[in-house]
Design a protein around this ligand. Structure first.
Ligand code: PAF
Length: 276
């Protein structure tokens, strides 16, 4: 695995691969890699797989965990060596955001709801950095985890709206044995919180839309209450149309249940895609 941290060096390598007619997949990450990230790399079917590690300051709000976000570069490299990564891109903040940089990408309708309602500008930061990475690497495809479902829908929308010739692939959530969705932020949980954390998934999994219940507001309210009783500080539980994240009508059959809840210092998110 080759590690590159500057844009000119990365572009030289990409140009060389393009000359050789190689297909290229990009897996953007913020590092602190776990099995969920590695499954993105494993499912990246392409001649060359590029993984980026960049803790993006633009997507962290004031008072959020940008400074303390776990940075585990050596361990990440060891893990990437074991899966089929050809190139690791590790730009600095000034490499991606040089002085004077003043352009942003926003997907307002999808970004101001759900997680965006409590994390203003978060998705503007995500859309901007993903746009930058896609422009630098110009991959044929890019892979993102379905755990960050709203992020995935925003990136798909951005790529479609801006006619970017890149296939965006969502990869299913990887869970711990007890159902907790894998996330770098799970390590913020103490032992007691870690024991409760899988209940976020269990609570939304129990909503059982498949069994015919259509009073989504009541299901959401009951789930919020159940989470609060378990010790979470729920942010939202929402049943939405799977692609647009709009409120579903009774006729909609492709839905997603999304949830976000605080447990101590950790803001956990999870979701369940439901089709019937
Ligand atoms: O999902 C993440 O790790 C980040 O939001 C991403 C897509 C790498 C952008 O910084």
């Amino acid at each position: 695995m080759n590690t590159i941290s500057t844009i000119p060096n990365l572009r030289a390598q990409i140009n060389e691969w393009r000359r050789q007619k190689k297909t290229i997949a990009l897996v953007p990450t913020m590092g602190n890699l776990h099995a969920g990230h590695l499954s993105l790399v494993e499912q990246a079917v392409a001649d060359r797989v590029v993984v980026s590690i960049f803790v993006n300051p633009l997507q962290f709000g004031v008072g959020e965990d940008y400074q303390t976000y776990p940075r585990t570069f050596e361990a990440d490299c060891e893990k990437l060596e074991k899966v089929s990564t050809h190139l690791l891109f590790t730009p600095s903040v000034t490499e991606l955001y040089p002085a004077g940089m003043s352009s942003y990408v926003t997907v307002p309708k999808l970004s101001n709801i759900l997680c965006g309602a409590s994390r203003p500008d978060h998705f503007k930061g995500v859309a901007t950095v993903v746009n930058i990475l896609l422009n630098i690497v110009q991959p044929d495809k890019a892979l993102f985890g379905e755990k960050d479902y709203q992020q995935l829908m925003i990136i798909k929308r951005m790529v479609a709206d801006l006619f970017m010739p890149i296939e965006i692939i969502g990869v299913p959530i990887v869970r711990e044995a007890d159902g907790l969705a894998m996330s770098s932020r799970n390590q913020y949980l103490n032992a007691e919180q870690r024991a409760i954390a899988p209940c976020l998934w269990k609570t939304i999994d129990k909503m059982r839309l498949e069994s015919g219940e259509r009073n989504y507001t009541s299901l959401e309210k009951n789930a919020m209450q159940a989470l609060a009783e378990l010790g979470f500080k729920p942010d939202y539980v929402a049943v939405r149309q799977a692609q647009t994240l709009e409120l579903p009508t009774a006729a909609d059959k492709d839905l997603v249940i999304l949830a976000a809840a605080w447990l101590g210092k950790a803001r956990l998110i999870d979701n369940k895609i439901v089709s019937f």
